[in-house]
Design a binder for this molecule. Structure first.
Ligand code: 5GP
Length: 192
């Protein structure tokens, strides 16, 4: 008897689109879906747990994993490496567990190349001006970093049409509920 494979959901958005909050909400309501833990060379933040939020590894370890072909995709993002581990994806989907990847837009499109069955969800800010306003309100970046993020967001917004579905986050509650409903329907729905 063959076990039905788990599904792959990918959620992407420019930073400042409320993506993390939305993903947390979805996973809270659909605990059967496993959050894909990426590897990164970025320093661990105070509230983060190694092995739960990310696998925090050195640049040397990361480069070795690239050489060994361990990543389904990887990207350099603001001077740090981030990558999705093939082993993490396969060990779950082969056992029938669905996974959710919260990764950047280019990474999502690479996943679609390797896993055409993956379901790509894009969360869009209402406009680039609103995104800039949110990033400024967050006040976590220097002006130079802010500019980098806004330029990158503009590039990422151009690629939203390559995704399977786009949700506009003009209201966090509403967007969370729409993304949750979409993922739930696909999770319980028939084979993709
Ligand atoms: P942060 O440093 O804020 O946790 O994440 C920075 C960005 O990297 C976010 O857009 C996040 O979605 C993205 N990211 C996290 N893990 C991966 C990954 O494995 N691959 C790619 N391509 N992007 C990732």
């Amino acid at each position: 008897m063959s076990l039905e494979k788990g599904k792959i959901f990918v959620v992407s958005a420019p930073s400042g689109s409320g993506k993390t909050t939305i993903v947390r909400q979805v996973l809270k309501n659909l605990p059967e879906i496993v959050f894909s833990v990426s590897a990164t060379t970025r320093p661990q933040r105070a509230q983060e747990i190694n092995g739960k939020d990310y696998f925090f590894i050195s640049k040397d370890e990361f480069l070795k994993k690239i050489d060994d072909g361990d990543f389904a995709e990887w990207e350099i993002f603001y001077d740090y490496y981030y990558g999705t581990l093939k082993s993490f994806i396969y060990s779950n989907i082969d056992e029938g567990r669905s996974v959710l990847l919260e990764i950047d837009v280019n990474g999502a499109l690479k996943i679609k190349e390797s896993f055409p069955e993956a379901i790509l969800v894009y969360i869009s800010p209402p406009s680039i001006e609103e995104l800039e306003r949110r990033l400024r309100a967050r006040a976590t970046e220097t002006e130079a970093d802010l500019k980098k993020r806004i330029d990158r967001a503009a590039m990422e917004l151009e690629k939203k049409f390559l995704f399977d579905v786009v949700f506009i986050n003009d209201d966090l509650e509403k967007a969370s509920s729409e993304v949750y409903t979409f993922i739930k329907n696909n999770f319980y729905g028939g084979n993709q």
